[in-house]
Write a protein that binds this ligand. Structure first.
Ligand code: ZN
Length: 156
């Protein structure tokens, strides 16, 4: 695994990746500690989807990117760097500073369609496998990804 370009807040977005032709990941709910959103944006078309881990559609992702997708874009830029994210998604950003906001605007300006949520289950199972990998990896270093779980938040 590559170290992130900049430190990320893993409690908010415990999982983000550029894979399967999508920017995809898991975003924790701001209000409910037991709920996460599975969000994705497709390369090139920017077709987006957002639903909970229980497969309920996100109320904010109707006709535009919701806060979860915005958070996913922001965290992907911290993880991979803006140039890599823009190149992967094929976003053209002309004459502006290339950052997460410019990437989000570059995509939403094309009025992308909403994708069906079939990808969500796939993304969520990748997240669970990612966690399993972290648990199995022989290391004594702290695992920042595990901060997402309330139980491990109590540990100083
Ligand atoms: Zn959402």
């Amino acid at each position: 695994m590559l170290p992130p370009a900049r430190p990320r807040k893993l409690a908010k977005v415990p999982f983000v990746e550029l894979a399967d032709g999508r920017l995809q990941g898991v975003v924790s709910s701001g209000s409910d500690i037991g709920r996460v959103y599975v969000s994705s944006v497709a390369v090139g078309t920017y077709a987006f989807s957002c639903s909970t881990n229980n497969n309920r559609p996100c109320g904010g992702a109707r006709g535009m990117f919701c806060n979860h997708i915005q958070a996913l874009i922001t965290e992907s830029v911290l993880q991979y760097g803006a140039v890599r994210v823009a190149r992967y998604l094929r976003v053209e950003v002309a004459g502006e500073e290339l950052d997460a906001q410019a990437i989000a605007w570059g995509m939403s300006g094309t009025h992308p369609a909403q994708a069906d949520s079939a990808a969500a289950a796939q993304v969520f199972s990748r997240f669970l496998r990612h966690l399993a990998y972290l648990e199995l990896a022989p290391t004594t270093a702290p695992l920042p990804e595990m901060q997402w779980f309330p139980a491990s938040r109590a540990v100083p």
